[in-house]
Design a protein around this ligand. Structure first.
Ligand code: FMN
Length: 202
């Protein structure tokens, strides 16, 4: 077993870019039969940061073990997974909306498959902080923030970046082209839910 780690400069939205990129590496490993799991809390952070030679203004939000998955889970892992409901995800209609946050997105929407793939993304504490409002050709992504920021930044933005990787890779597979940009549509959002980014079909 080895470890995969990456550091990043604290530029605006670094967490989103970091989650997006790190997840793509994890999915590639997975495609080769290699297991990964991002760890933000359960690692000897000081030792990793020393090995990564972090400079001022840089952070290492997560690291991941890489190796061939054991055939059988340990009792500790099984119990932890049960506690986090790690095999489950929130229902589609509680995450994705049409027009504003009051109407669930119909499953027949053209973006439904890509959002379904986003729904299955991994997240810290399995909190699944991603939300999206589809408005015609645009998909506005939001973060439903339930954890406090740490000096490492906002770990739940890393989660949103991971979900965006799933969304984006699915669109790529479907041949849907478009661009990402920051243009908050000003849709009233639930408490602690913040606008992140918009995808717009070309
Ligand atoms: C950003 C991030 C940080 C995480 N940190 C930890 C951690 O510190 N310890 C841990 O056991 N799991 C950690 N996880 C794994 C999640 O608990 C796991 O992804 C979630 O429960 C869903 O399970 P699954 O990835 O097997 O589908 C983290 C996942 C992400 C995306």
């Amino acid at each position: 077993m080895g470890y995969l780690a990456a550091k990043v400069g604290k530029v605006p939205n670094f967490e989103i870019a970091y989650g997006y990129s790190f997840e793509k590496v994890c999915l590639y490993a997975q495609s080769r039969g290699i297991g990964t799991v991002m760890l933000a809390a359960s690692l000897s952070r000081a030792a990793f940061e020393k090995a990564m030679a972090l400079k001022d203004g840089e952070v290492m939000p997560v690291a991941s073990p890489v190796g061939y998955p054991a055939e059988k889970k340990s009792i500790r892992e099984s119990l932890m997974r049960k506690g986090l409901k790690a095999d489950d995800r929130k229902p589609f209609d509680q995450l994705f909306f049409e027009g504003d946050f009051s109407q669930p997105l119909p499953q027949a929407d053209p973006y439904a498959k890509a959002l379904e793939m986003a729904r299955w993304a991994p997240s810290a504490g399995n909190a699944q902080p991603w939300r999206a409002v589809v408005d015609g050709d645009s998909v506005h992504f939001y973060e439903a923030k339930s954890m406090k920021d740490s000096p490492l930044g906002d770990i739940q933005k890393v989660d949103v970046g991971i979900a965006l990787a799933h969304f984006d890779m699915t669109l790529e597979e479907e041949g849907v082209k478009g661009t990402y940009g920051f243009s908050d549509p000003g849709i009233p959002a639930p408490e602690n839910t913040h606008y992140i980014v918009t995808f717009r079909r070309a």
